[in-house]
Write a protein of this length. Sequence first.
Length: 207
Amino acid sequence: MKKVRSRLTFANLISCLALFVALGGASYAATQLPKNSISSKQIKKGSIQLSDLSKGARRHLAGTVGARGPAGQAGPVGPAGPQTSTLASGQTLRGVFNLDFEAATAGDGLGSDISFGLNLPQAPRVEIVDPETTTPNCPGSVQNPQAARGVLCVYEIFESNTGTFSVCDAECETEGPAAEPWGAELYLFAKAKGRAFVDGAWATTAP
């Protein structure tokens, strides 16, 4: 203790006090320094993350958007979309029909229709096919209705008390069976009093 006191001079005391103040002042400065007062040399590498920066600073670091590059090559052609208005050439539409009513007297009739859903490029020719028969333009059946291009095939399967069964266009003035590009009207007239019916299937193919 005497040795320490003998060496503790006024100069040593001032030096120690200066060192203490210096260390304390540096620690205080490290925690209390005002904004933007630290130089880049004082920041430890990797200590600041991008999320620590303001939005403006992040935009500045990101840089400006470059010029648009050249257009790429065209991709392969996709599959054809659904039909929306006119049936494509060679495409076939199919459906069923039924007329069934109780006739009060002979000659009573009932009307119905066939709607294609899509238009044909032109009105089709019409052929009515009796049960279990075929024609060159209507080689199918009720179970598998077929039609040549530009033809509406009407396949009967069951009929009873049928006087006249007709397929006609909107005005029903054309002699023989006829149709419109979008469908046809059906009429059944009873042969006698009582129930009369006819049903079957149809097909039409765009020319």
